[in-house]
Design a protein around this ligand. Structure first.
Ligand SMILES: [Zn+2]
Ligand SMILES: [Zn+2]
Length: 353
């Protein structure tokens, strides 16, 4: 048996050494790499959600930082673009040229790190018009900084490929600050072709303002919490929604980390671990809010901590979460695809990969 494999291996090595065979293999790889983007997700008349990053600032090889793609009405929106998330968007062939706007919930680095890549790579992917960046007041400074950092890149590409292929307009970010008017609970930040996006305040103090977003399209609705501790605003804006995509920090796990750091004399890490407990939401608290709002499905994202020993599994992260027929609970992972067919009750859970 071993001899058979050894001979087969030698034959493969010999053939791979032949340039004609190598080129044929490369050609086959290129043919499978150059496939069109998933325009169907934007164009099929339904509402779709793809989790393009379910991690947090803590390193996790399986989770990019915060990013949720929402696709409807011929467009794609990215709610937050944390580090590593753009690579997911591109690897899964989400429709880059249909990227209509990036919506930032707030300006922590794990939510904005890939703004430059989102701009540049969607431009390379065929987007020819400026990219809107919608967010709380303060988004202007973030956009100005990224614009300056990426200006040289834009110049090189236009000079190299020509304005026909790479029009400079496509390399431009436009800040769209969306203050919530005094006396109002929220503000509509997009309204076209049946799709309405509403920004509402959440509580991530001392980060202020911080927003969540609600998408309504053809009788379907998805709410994205952003980073927040439990807040009446989340319940109010999630009422009757199909899906609530909520951040989650497993406080019982972080507390153990805090203890260990203290015992090891690592007071700095112990303090940071203790600090983050007061501006996030535990899985059980998010489930309570989802039930209060009457949503059909709760999807956890922005998992803190994300990476855990495999033997512990989701049950440990979700400790204290009550299960029941009234609420479907999903622990988010990168690549999770939700299909919400127009004017129906169905929520299909799938994978984009
Ligand atoms: Zn965050
Ligand atoms: Zn944050």
């Amino acid at each position: 048996m071993f001899r058979k494999f050894a001979i087969l291996g030698m034959v493969l090595v010999l053939f791979a050494g032949c340039e004609a065979v190598q080129d044929r293999l490369v050609r086959r790889a290129a043919e499978s790499a150059f496939v069109p983007d998933r325009l169907d997700l934007a164009d099929d008349g339904d509402l779709h959600v793809v989790l393009c990053g379910t991690g947090s600032p803590l390193p996790d090889p399986n989770r990019a930082a915060a990013c949720t793609a929402v696709l409807a009405a011929g467009r794609m929106f990215l709610v937050d673009v944390g580090p590593g998330s753009w690579e997911n968007v591109q690897r899964w062939r989400l429709p880059r040229e249909r990227l209509s706007a990036v919506l930032l919930t707030h300006f922590h680095s794990d939510h904005i790190g890939d703004l430059g890549e989102s701009l540049t790579q969607s431009w390379i992917g065929g987007r020819r018009v400026p990219l809107d960046v919608i967010g709380p007041p303060g988004v202007e400074a973030v956009v100005e900084g990224f614009s300056r950092a990426y200006a040289a890149d834009a110049g090189y590409r236009t000079a190299h490929h020509g304005v026909q292929e790479m029009p400079l307009e496509g390399a431009r970010l436009i800040a769209k600050p969306a203050p919530i008017p005094a006396g109002q609970a929220d503000v509509v930040v997009f309204d076209a072709d049946g799709l309405v996006i509403t920004a509402f305040p959440v509580d991530h103090a001392p980060v202020e303002p911080a927003y969540g977003y609600r998408f309504d399209y053809k009788g379907r609705s998805v709410v994205i919490s952003g980073d927040t501790k439990p807040s009446p605003s989340i319940v109010e804006h999630s009422r009757g929604a199909d899906v609530l995509i909520h951040e989650a920090l497993a406080a019982h796990i972080i507390r153990i980390g805090n203890q260990v750091a203290s015992e090891q004399g690592n007071t700095r890490v112990a303090k940071l671990a203790a600090d983050i407990l007061d501006y996030h939401t535990t899985p059980a608290e998010a489930a309570k809010e989802a039930r209060e709002a009457g949503v059909k499905m709760l999807v956890y994202t922005h998992l803190v901590p994300g990476a855990m020993p495999p033997v512990l599994g989701p049950a440990v992260f979700l400790r204290g979460v009550e299960s029941g027929d009234d609420l479907e609970i999903v622990l988010g992972e990168d690549g999770l695809l939700l299909n919400l067919p127009a004017e129906s009750d169905a929520i299909e859970v799938d994978s984009v990969d």
